[in-house]
Structure formats: C-alpha cells, structure tokens
Design a protein around this ligand. Structure first.
Ligand code: ADP
Ligand code: SF4
Ligand code: MG
Length: 328
C-alpha cells in the first residue's frame, strides 16, 4: 500500500499534576490512508483526544510527548515548530471539536469566521474567499447564505453551529479531517444529520477522516476501521466489518453490548461494571484487568502487547483465543 497519510508510531504522552503524573497515552500506533475513515472508540478518559490533539500540536501546557512520531505525508509533525504546525492545521488537516460554542468566536459574524479560515492560510484572495464561503454554507445546508453569513454564532442552533464548524474545517480543502466527538453535544436527530453530512462531504471530496467518539454505534456506521482504546493503549484494531462480525477483546465485547446503534436507539444498555481510572504509574499490567471477568494472575503483572489476531485485526489481550471461544 502507498505511504499512509497519517502514521502515528509508538506515541507516549504524560501530564504533570501537583501530586503525580498521568500516563495518558502509552505506546499508540496506527495509520490512516487516503480516503480512509478511522474511528477511535473508548470510554471517557481512555486517551482518545490526547492521542490526536498531541499529534497535531494541541497539547495542554502540563502535557509532554515523551516518545513517538506522528507523520503526516511522511513528515513528523512532532518535530515541527509551532508556526509550521499551525500552517498545516487548518490547511492540510481540518479539525472539528466537540463544542461549537466554545470554538466559534461569539463576537464575529460567521461569514467572516469562515473567510478568515481561508485568508489566514493565504488559501485564496478575499473575493474568492467570499464566494467560497457562500458555496460552503450552501454545501453544509444553511439556507440563504448571503443573509446568514452576516449573523453571529448565537443566532444559530447547536446543529447549525456544528455545520459552521465543519465549513471552517473544510474551507481550505484539507486532505485529513480530525473530528473529536463532533456530535456528542447534539441531540440524536441532529447528530444523525451531521454524520450524514460528514459522510457525504467526505465521499465528494475524497478526504480521510479520523473520528473520535465514545459511541460505538456512530463509529461502526461511519468508519472503515476502528481502534478501541483503554487506559491510553489500543486494545483492539480491526476493519469495521470484521469488528461487527467478531470483536475479540473483553473490553470491546463489553462496549459492543452497551451500544445503542444509530437507528436502533432505545435498546437496553448493558454497561461494563466499574469505571476507567487515570493511570499514574508506568503501566506494567493490563489496564482493563480490574474490570475484566477474564483476568488472570498474568494480566495483573504483564502488560499485553498489541499483536496480530487475524489479517488486519490486532488485539492486546493475553487470553484473546479463550475469550473468543467463550464469548462469541
Ligand atoms: N491537561 C491534563 N492534565 C492532566 N491529565 C489530563 C489532562 N488532559 C487529559 N488528562 C488525562 O489523560 C487521560 C486521557 O484523556 P483524554 O484523551 O481526554 O480522554 P478521552 O478523550 O478518551 O475521553 C485521562 O485520564 C485524563 O484525565
Ligand atoms: S489481558 Fe487479561 S485483563 Fe486484559 S483484557 Fe485480556 S483477559 Fe482481560
Ligand atoms: Mg475526549
């Protein structure tokens, strides 16, 4: 296969806290090719956002990348200066965050915000940016763009504001779109509309997408391949069809049981008992062991490495073979 568009290799990220440190990302590796959509799934606190945000230079001040590479088109983003990264972000890599209200500027007309995304990267002239803003607003389904571009963010609904965020992220025609829980703040109907819009835009533009979500149903509906994260590590990675057919990791199996798929909402949820905790020491056991019904003594003293289970299907579990025999 060709060089991946994005290639994260053995990424480790730590945060300093007053009393201790959090090992938020512990050796994460994955690739995204052109025209591919990757879903990163996992409960809150599993390291999904930190993995992506640290790769594109949006790490909080108390955070540090202790090792790894994050190559975009072969170039290691972690070695770039902030200004160089800023140029790539927004131009070659579009980013959509969870909460459009905090990401949009409340005192700037939305037309100007979309235009600014292009002008800041010298993507086109002011006149072209104006025309393109009208076209983008039309494309994301905002009626009467000429009038609406003069409005401020508070004059739009939550779903419309998220559409505007998408327009900003797509303004410079990025090759890669990173969407961190793009629909979490929205109600179910609007969520489905936004996902349908993203799907259509990605097909039309031939763009790659990395989407972080804690909703397994959203990932299986939208993505070509899925990574399941827990405790800052990848627990399972597979193509979506393989995943739906057979998930192998005890955590994925639990997550799968607890989904309410888009379109099948309202089914009973069977949550995985227990909760994820921040990891404050260098990991030397399976992070899921305290909650895993399959855990053995080995799981508490040895961290499982991500290994091939089948073609294009990796797993980090000492007992995957036994789990599969029992659970599927
Ligand atoms: N600025 C920070 N300082 C300390 N810990 C942090 C910081 N940001 C994230 N973390 C911790 O890193 C871990 C992973 O967080 P995150 O990637 O945001 O999770 P997710 O996106 O999967 O919900 C969590 O334990 C979280 O508490
Ligand atoms: S390695 Fe052990 S504790 Fe971890 S998921 Fe597998 S069986 Fe459970
Ligand atoms: Mg997050």
């Amino acid at each position: 296969m060709n060089t991946p568009l994005l290639e994260i290799d053995n990424l480790h990220v730590k945060f300093a806290r007053s009393e201790d440190e959090v090992h938020a990302v512990n050796g994460v590796s994955f690739t995204v090719h052109a025209n591919e959509t990757l879903g990163i799934v996992g409960e809150s606190g599993s390291g999904k956002s930190v993995t992506l945000m640290s790769s594109i230079g949006l790490l909080r001040e108390n955070g540090k990348i202790t090792s790894g590479t994050a190559k975009f088109q072969g170039q290691d983003l972690l070695k770039l200066r902030p200004k160089q990264l800023e140029d790539i972000r927004g131009r070659d890599i579009g980013v959509i965050f969870q909460d459009p209200m905090t990401s949009l500027n409340p005192i700037m007309r939305i037309g100007d915000q979309i235009m600014e995304a292009m002008l800041a990267h010298q993507y086109c002239t002011r006149k072209e940016a104006y025309e393109r803003t009208l076209q983008l607003m039309h494309e994301i389904g905002i009626p009467d763009p000429k009038t609406r571009m003069k409005n401020y963010p508070h004059e739009f609904s939550g779903g419309m504001r998220q559409r505007i965020m998408i327009a900003i992220a797509l303004a410079c025609e990025p090759q890669l779109l990173i969407a961190d829980e793009p629909t979490t703040a929205l109600d179910v109907t609007v969520q489905m509309q936004i996902l349908a819009l993203l799907q259509e835009l990605r097909h039309r533009r031939g763009m790659s997408v990395v989407m972080v979500t804690h909703d397994f149903g959203v990932a299986t509906n939208f993505c070509d391949k899925i990574i399941v994260m827990y405790g800052g590590q990848i627990m399972e990675a597979a193509r979506t069809d393989d995943f739906i057919r057979q998930s192998v990791h005890p955590y994925s199996i639990g997550l799968k049981r607890s989904i309410i798929e888009v379109g099948h909402r309202g089914k009973a949820i069977v949550p995985i008992p227990g909760a994820a905790k921040a990891i404050t020491e260098s990991p030397c056991s399976c992070p899921f062991a305290p909650r895993c019904t399959f855990a053995s003594e080995r799981c508490h003293r040895e961290m499982p490495m991500l290994r091939d289970f089948e073609k294009d299907h990796q797993i980090a579990c000492h007992h995957a073979e036994e789990v599969v025999a029992l659970a599927n």
